[in-house]
Design a binder for this molecule. Structure first.
Ligand SMILES: NC(=O)c1ccc[n+]([C@@H]2O[C@H](COP(=O)([O-])OP(=O)(O)OC[C@H]3O[C@@H](n4cnc5c(N)ncnc54)[C@H](OP(=O)(O)O)[C@@H]3O)[C@@H](O)[C@H]2O)c1
Length: 292
């Protein structure tokens, strides 16, 4: 059995990686306390002992607001920690997948869908840290596969206390709110985390570099939800335009998929997956409602 090491295994993404790969790989999932990624010697020792074939580096301060408030601490984890993981993987020749973010495109002067080779100057601390981490990981380990992930969701909550996401917030609002409002000045991909997780294994075969990695979507969030409503035959009158969010600095961080497609990895579109997932949960919800 091949060996897989996952950093950030208690997080939203990490816990789903463990769930999906636990029967296919021998897994090492050190907790934050077992292996603080900012501790270079500890990281090197854990990697040396376990000798993974593949590493998924998902540990991070993933909250954009926390990075703005505590840049020193987040920089240590998001940049220095990533550097340690990339270097330790290089030493044992493990394929290292590094989780980056579409937030590197925030502030881009070019309209989306954005390409990986574009010059980017991220506008927020988190985006700048992720970009620096990408550069450092590739410098230390050119075989690293850097994955620029979009906003991820699951239909299921795996653990109490895990952070919310687009889908579950929407599903909840559908039941409680009369009207739902979504921004017209924000364009980005929104991706089912399960599709991300199952595509990780294929990244073992692709060459080192940066890849946009998530569902394509060229619609703003209001249009995205509208099209989903239409496809499901729901009443669009419930949807309102949020004209205020991102008004001063409209955001388009949608990502081009060509490079990923050339590597044989294809994600369904944001709307396609949202519609499928809504259809999947609806019979259960209706069933639960009847039972009450
Ligand atoms: N979720 C998204 O929609 C999204 C979108 C784009 C990119 N990403 C990227 O994808 C990755 C996973 O995101 P996520 O949502 O799963 O994040 P998350 O739920 O916030 O999980 C982060 C994980 O990192 C661990 N961690 C933090 N500091 C650490 C340290 N110094 N040493 C070791 N472990 C540490 C945390 O452990 P403790 O909780 O024990 O500290 C937790 O397990 C991140 O790199 C994130 O930037 C996420």
């Amino acid at each position: 059995m091949k060996r897989l090491l996952v950093t950030g295994a208690s997080g939203f993404l990490g816990s789903r990686i463990i769930e999906y790969y636990r029967d296919r790989y021998e897994i090492c999932a050190p907790s934050h306390t077992d292996m603080d990624i900012t501790d270079k010697e500890k990281v090197a020792a854990v990697f040396r002992d376990f000798k993974p074939h593949m590493v998924v580096h998902s540990a991070a301060i993933s909250d954009v607001g926390v990075c703005e408030r505590e840049p020193e601490q987040s920089g240590k984890i998001n940049v220095d920690g990533s550097r340690n993981v990339a270097e330790a993987s290089a030493k044992i020749r493990a394929k290292c997948l590094v989780c980056s973010s579409d937030q590197v495109y925030v502030g881009s002067q070019v309209r989306g869908p954005h390409k990986e080779e574009e010059d980017v100057v991220p506008r927020n601390v988190y985006g700048r840290e992720k970009l620096l981490a990408e550069e450092e990981c590739l410098r230390l380990n050119p075989e690293c596969v850097i994955l620029r992930l979009s906003w991820m969701y699951d239909t299921r909550t795996l653990k109490e206390g895990e952070h919310g996401d687009f889908f579950r917030t929407l599903a909840q609002r559908l039941q409680t709110a009369e009207n739902l409002s979504y921004p017209v000045n924000d364009v980005r991909g929104i991706t089912d985390v399960n599709e991300v997780v199952c595509n990780f294994e294929r990244c073992m075969e692709i060459k080192g570099g940066v890849y946009n990695f998530g569902s394509p979507n060229d619609r703003n969030t209001y249009e995205t939800v509208s099209v989903m409503f239409r496809e499901l035959g729901w009443d669009e009158a419930r949807l309102k335009k949020d004209e205020d969010s991102f008004r001063a600095l409209p955001r388009d961080i949608s990502m081009d998929q060509e490079k990923l497609k050339e590597s044989g990895i294809i994600f369904p579109s944001t709307v396609e997956s949202l519609v499928r997932n809504m259809r999947d949960i609806l019979p259960i919800k209706e069933y639960e409602a009847q039972g009450e």
